[in-house]
Ligand binder design. Structure first.
Ligand code: AR6
Length: 180
């Protein structure tokens, strides 16, 4: 099977997804916040916050471009992977590599934990201001690249909260399917 055929796009709320892991668009302090981070922490309950505080104390949080894994509290998934996307600063500050790294490191953590399915939000495209078209391309490219070596992962779901991202992902995948 081609890597691209392991990718699915859905519209909706990532907190409702029953994948082995969902990815959170977190910040370096892992302190929770707005956007999808706020939604995940609200739905997971206080246990998630407690685990994040432990990671913060023990490891000083998570650098931009990195990812850490915790339990999932009351969420229907098994694990939460907190990835820290870059703040958009115009594109010349290494944003694309840092964003790609979020997807790559999240998939590496999932594979190392023996997880088979993982759901991503559109990291950095909200509060952090990354242009959505470019972010969709980076996310799909990095995911396909990682899936070539992370063979245990059988499904990646991109969960798009807004219609614009959903359409961008749909078109980007369609374009790549026709090319391969
Ligand atoms: N399910 C799926 N996607 C969602 C949901 C949801 N429930 N809610 C929002 N989105 P953002 P960032 C989409 O701002 O840009 C936080 O305060 C949203 O439409 O959540 O990486 C963190 O603590 C957008 O497309 O994350 C950080 O400080 C995408 O999720 C900062 O925001 C990402 O938007 C991270 O900013």
């Amino acid at each position: 099977m081609r890597e691209i055929d392991l990718i699915e796009i859905r519209r909706g709320d990532i907190t409702k997804i029953e994948a082995d892991a969902i990815v959170n668009a977190a910040n370096e302090g892992l302190l929770g916040g707005g956007g999808v981070d706020g939604a995940i922490h609200r739905a997971a309950g206080p246990e998630l916050d407690k685990e994040c505080r432990t990671v913060r104390t023990e490891r000083g949080g998570c650098p931009t471009g990195g990812a850490v894994m915790t339990g999932a509290g009351r969420l229907p998934c098994r694990k939460v992977i907190h990835a820290v996307g870059p703040v958009w600063r115009g594109g010349a500050a290494g944003e694309a590599a840092l964003l790609a790294s979020c997807y790559d490191k999240s998939l590496a953590l999932a594979e190392a934990a023996g997880l088979e399915s993982i759901a991503f939000p559109n990291i950095s495209t909200g509060i952090y201001g990354y242009p959505k078209t470019e972010a969709a391309s980076v996310a799909i490219e990095a995911t396909i690249g990682a899936l070539r070596t992370r063979r245990s992962i059988g499904k990646v779901i991109f969960v798009c909260w807004d219609e614009e991202n959903f359409e961008l992902y749909r078109k980007e995948l369609e374009r790549r399917r026709q090319r391969t």
